[in-house]
Design a protein. Structure first.
Ligand SMILES: NC(=O)c1ccc[n+]([C@@H]2O[C@H](COP(=O)([O-])OP(=O)(O)OC[C@H]3O[C@@H](n4cnc5c(N)ncnc54)[C@H](O)[C@@H]3O)[C@@H](O)[C@H]2O)c1
Ligand SMILES: [Zn+2]
Length: 321
């Protein structure tokens, strides 16, 4: 290994990409042909995931075995707290890709469904990249408050008819140019995800029972809201993870509205050259204050529980091994 040496500060992307194969050279690191899980019919391996994505031990530990030492770690400068760079592994490139895939015209409008870490960050990135109107929908009070502090227009409901009606009112009756789906819940109503959940204890239980009751959420509910809300000829960008091979989609409606749809796991390295300067020259996305809780590794199980139940304002937890 020559690219990094002991003492270097690095961030390791959540997807495991070789950096040298054909798909990696196309900026499609989440489809890396070297780490693809062909037997399972799945894309590139992910740290801390089930057999479907390679079953590679995850990074919430004091030590991590990192394959492709010369090409996978992202070298970052020292001198500022970890908070500044840690989101390069996942949250920032995921939100960045969601916004890129949304194809919002300069000065145009976007509706972000879900104000978890991914949706919240997507609102910040959308503003940075020139969206004129950033609207979001969620029902969790502290998440709504965070977004409002960043001048996001928040629709305080997740009921499809209400979200669609309100967002149309805000966008000349047409609907936004793009909708980003950043809703969680991959574990409910999806055969793939419930299988994934049974297969591992590493992946945190992503089911948010309380929100289920409050918001009546299921994965397709969010996607259907996106399909109804987006303007004709607009784009839907999915970053929320979908599973299940038989989920029905309203294809006629999508065809008639001429909707464009883009999705996928974040290609982390694809966006690093764009994002890294925005972290070294300052704090363009407010990441220094992004985490709501910092806890030692021993408290991780409790923190996961609090995050799942959205207790005590848990929006983003950083573990300090
Ligand atoms: N594509 C990728 O590479 C990638 C990377 C990381 C995370 N993700 C996925 O992104 C999604 C969001 O992640 P997160 O950590 O921000 O999740 P989260 O669970 O913390 O937040 C989701 C939010 O959506 C809200 N919500 C639920 N139903 C809704 C609806 N119908 N309309 C609007 N809001 C609704 C919830 O109240 C919650 O605040 C997850 O599915 C996660 O797996 C994808
Ligand atoms: Zn590769």
């Amino acid at each position: 290994m020559t690219a990094v040496k002991p003492g270097d500060r690095v961030v390791v992307p959540f997807n495991i990409s070789c950096g040298t194969c054909w798909t990696c050279s196309q900026g499609l690191q989440s489809q890396c042909e070297t780490t693809q899980n062909r037997e399972q019919g799945f894309g590139a391996s992910l740290f801390g995931y089930t057999k479907l994505y390679g079953q590679v031990p995850g990074g919430q530990a004091e030590y991590l075995r990192v394959p492709f030492g010369n090409t996978l770690p992202i070298k970052v400068p020292g001198g500022v707290p970890d908070d500044r760079f840690v989101y390069l592994s996942d949250v920032l490139p995921t939100a960045w890709q969601a916004v890129q895939y949304a194809g919002i015209p300069q000065g145009g409008s976007v509706l972000v469904l879900g104000l978890g870490p991914i949706g919240d960050m997507a609102t910040r990135v959308a503003k940075h990249l020139g969206a004129g109107q950033v609207i979001a929908s969620d029902v969790v009070p502290e998440r709504i408050a965070r977004a409002r502090r960043n001048d996001v227009q928040v629709i305080e409901t997740t009921k499809q008819a209400d979200v669609v009606a309100q967002v149309r009112d805000m966008t000349d009756g047409r609907g936004p140019d793009a909708v980003i789906d950043a809703v969680g819940m991959e574990a409910h109503g999806s055969p793939l995800a419930s299988l994934a959940q049974k297969a591992t204890a590493v992946v945190p239980d992503a089911i948010m029972e309380k929100v289920m009751q409050v918001a009546g959420v299921d994965r397709l509910a969010a996607l259907n809201t996106a399909i109804e809300a987006v303007r004709r000829g607009g784009t839907i960008s999915l970053s929320g993870v979908y599973g299940g091979a038989t989920d029905p989609l309203p294809l006629m409606r999508m065809f008639d509205k001429q909707i464009q749809l883009r999705m996928g796991q974040a290609n982390v390295w694809r966006w690093v050259p764009d994002i890294l300067p925005l972290l070294t020259e300052g704090d363009a996305f407010g990441v220094d204050e992004f985490a709501t809780h910092h806890v030692p590794l021993e408290e991780a199980p409790q923190a996961y529980m609090n995050f799942r139940e959205k207790k005590e304002g848990h929006v983003k937890v950083l573990l300090k091994p």
